[in-house]
Design a protein around this ligand. Structure first.
Ligand SMILES: O=C(O)CCC(=O)C(=O)O
Length: 328
């Protein structure tokens, strides 16, 4: 099985050498080690070490126009920009999205994840076909505003451009009930160090259309957060193996971690904020903070463009001077 996987990776690399960058783009995991190491405080040590390194890195010197959005992101952990694109840019992005959802050529290229009965997420990395999505590339992959925010929050220099994912969450039968087994429905933090993700609404999102939900100010490091890291690491170290298998058994383990998160947020008196907003809204969040996908009670799908900048914390980052020659 492992050999098969290796063979598959090798053939991908032969076709497209730049893929080596993608393989190295995964950053430090949320938890390392087993239950014993974490009972002895491994996770707390990792959090403190990463925080110290971040504090020691130079603060970015941003131009005056970036100061207010960066200040908002630094203090709240989340930034919401309505009317992000100009009308003609939005129309071009929307047209490319429509093309992906109507043409059999693109529909066949979406990667589909069954979140549960009658509940599906479909993702397409438009940046893998950059020349066929010029509007998406210009508005998102090459967006300097996003790149500067990403770099400033991590305090890392900008290197590679992000992948641009068209993401579509829906109920194949909108009138039938659905079951959600996906762990992103639970409030969680992606990592214990700062980095950003961006979510752009392609259509209006109301409270019943699975709004992206964030807990403002939950990204800050505090004694309570260290306590959370300690307790959640014990749970994660136990249950990590099956995290991506969406079964009732795994869901029960997720609920355990969720209990630790809920207790942490209660101690902070923190309140989650579902981001209900019209089409053409961009959300940028520091995903060291707590967030989740809200409930899909309505019938309409939720369509977003997603970008994830955590690769700035990966091995690919320090290898950039070499790997940039491969990366197109
Ligand atoms: O799709 C969403 O609204 C939530 C996504 C999420 O939780 C994540 O990317 O970690």
């Amino acid at each position: 099985m492992e050999l098969q996987l290796l063979f598959k990776k090798a053939s991908v690399l032969r076709e497209r050498p730049s893929r080596i960058v993608d393989m190295l783009r995964e950053p430090r995991p949320i938890v390392r080690g087993g239950p014993l190491a974490n009972r002895l405080g491994l996770q707390v040590a990792r959090v403190l070490a990463d925080h110290a390194a971040w504090t020691l890195r130079a603060r970015p010197d941003v131009e005056p126009a970036m100061r207010a959005p960066l200040e908002e992101l630094s203090s709240e952990g989340v930034l919401v920009v309505r009317d992000f694109l100009l009308d003609h840019e939005f129309a071009a992005v929307r047209a490319e999205f429509e093309e992906t959802r109507t043409s059999p050529h693109w529909l066949a290229r979406f990667r589909s994840t069954q979140f549960g009965e009658n509940f599906v997420a479909e993702g397409l990395y438009a940046s893998d076909y950059a020349s066929e999505f010029p509007a998406l590339m210009k508005s998102f992959r090459d967006n300097v505003f996003l790149q500067k925010l990403a770099s400033a929050v991590c305090r890392r220099r900008m290197t590679y451009k992000p992948h641009v994912e068209v993401f579509h969450v829906h109920k194949p039968d909108p009138d039938a009930p659905h079951i959600d087994l996906d762990y992103n429905q639970y409030i969680h933090a992606d990592r214990h160090y700062p980095f950003i993700k961006a979510f752009y609404y392609l259509a209006d999102v109301d409270e019943d259309t699975a709004p992206y939900t964030y807990v403002p100010r939950s990204h800050r490091l505090s004694f309570e957060r260290l306590r959370y890291e300690y307790l959640s690491s014990l749970q994660t170290a136990k249950s990590r193996a099956g995290r991506y298998r969406r079964t009732e058994e795994q869901l029960a383990k997720d609920r355990e971690i969720q209990r630790v998160s809920a207790e942490f947020l209660e101690r902070l008196h923190a309140i989650e904020r579902p981001i209900v907003a019209p089409a053409n809204t961009l959300i940028v969040s520091n995903n060291q903070g707590f967030h989740r996908r809200g409930e899909m009670r309505g019938k309409r799908p939720r369509s977003t463009i997603n970008l994830d900048f955590k690769y700035l914390e990966s091995h690919a980052q320090w290898m950039y001077p070499v790997l940039k020659h491969l990366y197109r």
